[in-house]
Each structure stands twice: as structure tokens, then as C-alpha cells.
Design a protein around this ligand. Structure first.
Ligand SMILES: Cc1ncc(COP(=O)(O)O)c(C=O)c1O
Length: 443
């Protein structure tokens, strides 16, 4: 492919100009030489923006494990971030009906009114927040909603506070929009909830937003009301937005109650954009349906951005989503009860493995064991000095896929997704136990 062309002239040396000075003298006509893609050696044609980001490490591990499985290797995959349940039949049937009825054309960019209304009802019933249609936008997954928010709010010079450990896409979405992620480390002794004092210490005149995720991926932590109230006070006092990712809202255990920060009084509602979706609550990861609710001006900007990128979420998925939100909800309790069983099992088992300890998570479907005591050991000439070393060792030697904590901003942990059968969990834990027994400490 021809990507550019260069103009050439022929010159004669030692010619003189009109004043007698030595100069080059152009002879003959200009000619052009095309440059082909194959001639380009060092020129990087990718935008600086594209060069700043990395592919999602969780998806990378998952696809590596799936490739090993496809090649016949018996891998236990603890890397997945999606329920292992099938989408309920009533939701599938609503989608089939949409196709049969010919509901297969463009829809309004931000979603059809019946879906917006179902989302408004959901916020009212679950979170006690009242929204209007112009305060809601439907997107192709919660990740897409978060990306639209990033495009609508962040720009050069802006700082975005991200408590760590964080979900992998937050920092890259900030970077993609030329803003700066500012990490605020949280600690296991505080159940991985960000300390309001630590948050306040990181606030500057450039702070544009804070990204909160409750329940959290990867830690499974659920924010309590008191901490959220303090965070809300800070957002109002220092006038920044809170992006509240509540995608795991329905997966909370031990009677814990999920609180949306937007439902707290005192001006926080108008500074919060709540993100949610159906991927985790209704086992609909492949359908791509997420939504956001917040101040009308931000929602309008997000809708405009979406109108220039994906347009509407799939018409068929939108019909399925109305059924998901308004139809029977018993499925969620069944799925939650199963996750709860696995959560207890996985945490108990992990805590019997020498060198590991694991906090009991209150939400989501992840366990986040501390692996720091393992570092500084080796298997043959293989040194285990980080979460990535450990995750690669477990994948290659024990055939267990999990995600290194480093991907989430804390190298002292691994993330285990228990969205897989109890049988697989048992098998995977036994393999981890054996593999860790095979390590020898470095003297
Ligand atoms: C915390 C968090 N937010 C958002 C998403 C994205 O969800 P969706 O599949 O709806 O894009 C995920 C998916 O893993 C997640 O873990």
C-alpha cells in the first residue's frame, strides 16, 4: 500500500547564486517517489493514545486458558469473570420473540423507552433513587457505559481517583482519555474499603472523579453505608463526580445490604453516575447490555458520544433486557445461593493451604488470597517473586488459570473466580495445594 510520497529534485554542487555565493543549483524537474508500507521501518503509526493502553489481562488469561483447553489440556479455569449459569429461558424467549416480530432495526441511541422505564423502576425499587428518562442511557455493556462516562468527563490535566485493588479497565479508560489515574491503596485490614482520610489526602484541584466499585472486582468487598457517607461528603465538599460501578449489586452474601452512594442525601445524587447492567445479575455477559444513570447533562453527552460510535445497543437485547428486569427474578436467588456455597468452600480451603490466607468476601464471585508469603521461593530454576510469576507457574505446572493481583494494582494477591462448578473448584484447589508444596524457599 502507498502511504506517502517524497518529492525529489536534482541539484548540481558548487553552483553560484546571483550574488556569487556558493549554492546548490536545481537541475531538471521535480519527481516523486512513492513510499510503500513495506518501506516503513521504524515509523509507529499507532496513536499515542493507543500506545498508552494494554489489553485486559483478565481476558488475556481467560483466552490462554481456553486455548490450552481447546488443545486438550485439562485446565481448571479460575480466571473467568462471568457466571457459569445460562441466561434464563424467559429472557431468551423475549429475544426470540423480538426477532420473530421483526424488532430488528435501529432504535433510539440511548435505548427504547420501555427499557428506560424498566431501569427507572429498578433504581426506584432496589436503590430508592428516582430518575427520569433523560437521566438514563443504555449501552452495550457496563464497560461501554464506563467508557462513555470517561469520554464525557475526563480530559487532559484531569485526575481520576481509583482505589486499588481496582477493576482492570478503570485506569486504561482514564488514560485513553488523556487524564491521569491516581491510585489510593486500600488494605486487607480495612476489608479493602478506601479510608476517607487516604482519599482526601489524594484530592487536588485537578480531581475530576472517583471510581467506586461495590461489591468489588477483584476483592469481593462491599462498602458499608458509613464509609459511603464519608466519601459522599468529600465528593460534595471538593466538587468531584463519583462513578459508582454497581454491576455486582445482586451478588451479596451473609445478609449484607448493598447501598448505592447516589441514594445518600446531601447533594451526592447530582454528582454520581451509577453504572449497572445485566451481565452478572442475569448471566447475560454475551448479550452486551449495561446502563448508566446520573445528571441529565452528563447522560446527554454520553448519548451523543454513543451516537457517534456504536449507536443503540442491539434491538433484540433491549427487548430481552426488559424481560430480565420486569420478569421473574427467582433465578438471581438461586444463582446467589450457589455462589454462596462455593464462596464458603473456596475460602475455607484456601485458608488451609500453608502460605496463603484469604479474607471472606461479602460480594461478587471472587476470592482474593494473599500470596506474599510464597514469594521468594522457587521450583527448580524457576523463581517465584511476584503474583505474575506465581500465576504463570500455576498455569504451566498445575494447569490452574487465575489472575495475578498485579493486574489489579496489588502484587501481593491472586484473584480466583469461583464462577465454576464445586467439583472444578475442589480439583483446582488440590492442584494449587500440591503445586505450592513443591516450591522450596530460597535460602
Ligand atoms: C467491576 C466490573 N465492572 C464492569 C464490568 C463490565 O461488565 P459488562 O460485561 O456489562 O460490560 C465488569 C466485568 O467483568 C466488572 O467486573
Amino acid at each position: 500500500m502507498i502511504i506517502n510520497q517524497v518529492k525529489y529534485f536534482l541539484f548540481r554542487e558548487n553552483a553560484k547564486d546571483k550574488k556569487g555565493r556558493e549554492t546548490l543549483h536545481r537541475i531538471g524537474k521535480c519527481f516523486t517517489i512513492p513510499i510503500k508500507t513495506s518501506d516503513r521501518k521504524d515509523t509507529n503509526m499507532l496513536s499515542p493514545r493507543a500506545q498508552k493502553i494494554k489489553p485486559s489481562p483478565t481476558l488475556a488469561i481467560d483466552s490462554r486458558a481456553k486455548a490450552m483447553k481447546a488443545a486438550g489440556v485439562d485446565v481448571v479455569n479460575f480466571g473467568v469473570g462471568e457466571p457459569d449459569f445460562d441466561t434464563p429461558d424467559n429472557i431468551k424467549e423475549a429475544a426470540c420473540r423480538a426477532i420473530r416480530d421483526g424488532f430488528t432495526k435501529y432504535t433510539p441511541v440511548g435505548g427504547i423507552d420501555p427499557l428506560k422505564d424498566a431501569i427507572i423502576e429498578k433504581f426506584q425499587a432496589d436503590n430508592n433513587i428516582t430518575y427520569k428518562r433523560d437521566e438514563v442511557v443504555v449501552s452495550c455493556g457496563a464497560k461501554h457505559s464506563l467508557y462513555n462516562i470517561a469520554q464525557a468527563l475526563y480530559g487532559p490535566g484531569d485526575e481520576v481517583l481509583i482505589p486499588a485493588p481496582y477493576w482492570v479497565s478503570y485506569p486504561d479508560q482514564v488514560l485513553l482519555n488523556d487524564a491521569q489515574p491516581v491510585f489510593v491503596q486500600t488494605h486487607e485490614k480495612d476489608s479493602f474499603m478506601v479510608k476517607p482520610e487516604a482519599l482526601e489526602a489524594s484530592i487536588t484541584g485537578r480531581t475530576k472523579a472517583l471510581i467506586l466499585n461495590s461489591p468489588s472486582n477483584p476483592t469481593g468487598m462491599l462498602y458499608d453505608r458509613k464509609t459511603l457517607e464519608k466519601i459522599a461528603e468529600l465528593a460534595v465538599k471538593h466538587d468531584f463526580y463519583v462513578i459508582s460501578d454497581e454491576i455486582y449489586e445482586k451478588l451479596v452474601y451473609d445478609g449484607a445490604v448493598h447501598v448505592s452512594i447516589a441514594s445518600l442525601g446531601g447533594g451526592i445524587r447530582s454528582r454520581t453516575i451509577v453504572v449497572n447492567g445485566l451481565s452478572k445479575s442475569h448471566a447475560m455477559t454475551g448479550w452486551r447490555l449495561g446502563f448508566a444513570a446520573g445528571p441529565a447533562d452528563v447522560i446527554k453527552a454520553m448519548t451523543n458520544i454513543q451516537s457517534q460510535s456504536t449507536s443503540n445497543p442491539t434491538s433484540i437485547t433491549q427487548k430481552a433486557a426488559v424481560e430480565a428486569l420486569r420478569g421473574p427474578q427467582e433465578f438471581i436467588a438461586v444463582m446467589r445461593a450457589e455462589f454462596d456455597k462455593r464462596r464458603t468452600f473456596v475460602v475455607n480451603e484456601l485458608n488451609t493451604i500453608p502460605g496463603l490466607h484469604c479474607m471472606t468476601p461479602n460480594g461478587a464471585f471472587y476470592a482474593f488470597p494473599n500470596t506474599a508469603k510464597i514469594y521468594g521461593s522457587r521450583f527448580g530454576d524457576r523463581a517465584i517473586a511476584s503474583s505474575t510469576d506465581l500465576a504463570l507457574y500455576l498455569l504451566e505446572e498445575a494447569k490452574v488459570a487465575l489472575v495475578p493481583g498485579d493486574a489489579f494494582g496489588n502484587d501481593n494477591y491472586l484473584r480466583i473466580s469461583y464462577a465454576t462448578s464445586l467439583e472444578d473448584i475442589g480439583k483446582g484447589i488440590d492442584r494449587i495445594r500440591q503445586a505450592l508444596q513443591n516450591l522450596v524457599p530460597v535460602k
